[in-house]
Design a protein around this ligand. Structure first.
Ligand code: ADP
Length: 152
């Protein structure tokens, strides 16, 4: 039987406990999950991709099913290369739902990939990498919002 492989794409700038919860809850559904940091040359990031990769690797070090990588280009093309038939994404609110729905439909058209959405747990619904970056920029303590491996 072919492996059930999922790609979880994102910026992970930085990875938060919201992302970790989505990965942990997706693990029983798949044989392998590829955490894929999308590198978009026109987008500004707070942390270099090597640091974001390192934090993801350290966070999931005990999980053999989890692979961490960076990629350029379309998520649909990455899914084809990785032979992944699924994408995992988290939904925090109706704004996420609105934008994610059209991306998911497009990825299905482009690569025949289905997106599996997991709802953010209520205690994580307010956490975003954007807000964590804002806190870091203002020298606030973010340890409650990021996994232990992240030491910005
Ligand atoms: P992107 O730049 O692609 O939005 P992010 O790293 O910000 O990348 O998010 C990647 C995915 O993780 C998205 O599906 C997003 O909805 C989900 N996500 C982000 N924060 C949370 C959270 N607190 N709880 C659940 N899912 C989340």
């Amino acid at each position: 039987m072919s492996e059930r492989i999922a790609v979880f794409p994102g910026s992970f700038d930085p990875v938060t406990i919201g992302h970790v919860s989505i990965v942990e809850r997706a693990l029983p559904l798949f044989d392998r999950i590829v955490l894929a940091i999308g590198v978009n040359t026109t987008k500004k990031y707070m942390f270099p991709v090597e640091q974001r990769l390192g934090w993801l690797r350290a966070t999931f070090v005990g999980h053999k099913q989890v692979e961490v990588m960076a990629f350029e280009g379309l998520t649909a093309d990455l899914c084809k290369r990785m032979k992944a038939r699924y994408i995992v994404r988290g939904l925090r609110n109706s704004t996420d739902h609105g934008s994610e729905r059209s991306i998911a439909l497009m990825n299905h058209v482009l690569a025949g990939v289905d997106t599996i959405f997991l709802p953010a747990l209520p205690e994580h619904a307010h956490i975003s990498s954007t807000i964590v970056r804002e806190l870091i920029a203002n020298k606030a303590d973010v340890s409650a919002f990021v996994p232990g491996a992240v030491r910005p």
